[in-house]
Design a protein around this ligand. Structure first.
Ligand code: ADP
Ligand code: MG
Length: 159
């Protein structure tokens, strides 16, 4: 893949989160893919901050699978999901993802692969952000925005 955003340091990740956060109303679904350590949870922490939520709430939900952060000034919270430990075909029913998708929270999913059928079925505008680390440990991101959302304005494009 080429044409990704270069996230030189965590400030660049924060800038991306700010740009994305400005375009969210809570009704969306964000799917965050990329290998372990690529920067997904870091992005969620900065996104929470951008939305006026307490970023200290954000930790990797690898073990809990799902965490809810209470609403900020925008009037919506975040349901933060991490499906790392699940495989396609595993029963997701007990997690309450359908309820989350029908509810008021922004839904942000790390390792979304196991829930592909759910994401395909939702009418929520869906953002897909892929994170990666290159050979010199630089973080990169590729953002696919939902149709009709105002294009991001990031500096480090076109690498
Ligand atoms: N843009 C960045 N530049 C440098 N380091 C970063 C960047 N984004 C995240 N990191 C660091 O990478 C490590 C793993 O990040 P994390 O967000 O936990 O990854 P993931 O959730 O994808 O496994 C953390 O130590 C974090 O501080
Ligand atoms: Mg993570």
């Amino acid at each position: 893949m080429s044409g990704g955003l270069l996230l030189r340091d965590r400030r660049a990740t924060r800038a991306l989160a700010l740009q994305v956060g400005r375009r969210l109303t809570g009704a969306e679904l964000l799917l965050l893919t990329g290998e372990l350590g690529a920067g997904k949870t870091t992005f969620v922490r900065y996104l929470a901050q951008a939305l006026g939520l307490d970023p200290a709430w954000v930790s990797s939900p690898s073990f809990t699978l799902l965490q809810r952060y209470p609403p900020g000034p925008g009037g919506f919270g975040i349901t933060h999901v991490d499906l790392y430990r699940l495989a396609p075909g595993d029963d997701l029913e007990p997690l309450g993802l359908e309820e989350a998708l029908a509810g008021p929270d922004l839904v942000v999913v790390e390792w979304p692969e196991a829930g592909a059928a759910l994401w395909a079925a939702t009418e929520r505008p869906t953002w897909a952000i892929r994170f990666a680390v290159d050979e010199s440990a630089q973080r990169l991101a590729w953002v696919r925005q939902p149709k009709g959302s105002d294009p991001l304005r990031m500096k480090d494009e076109g690498r």
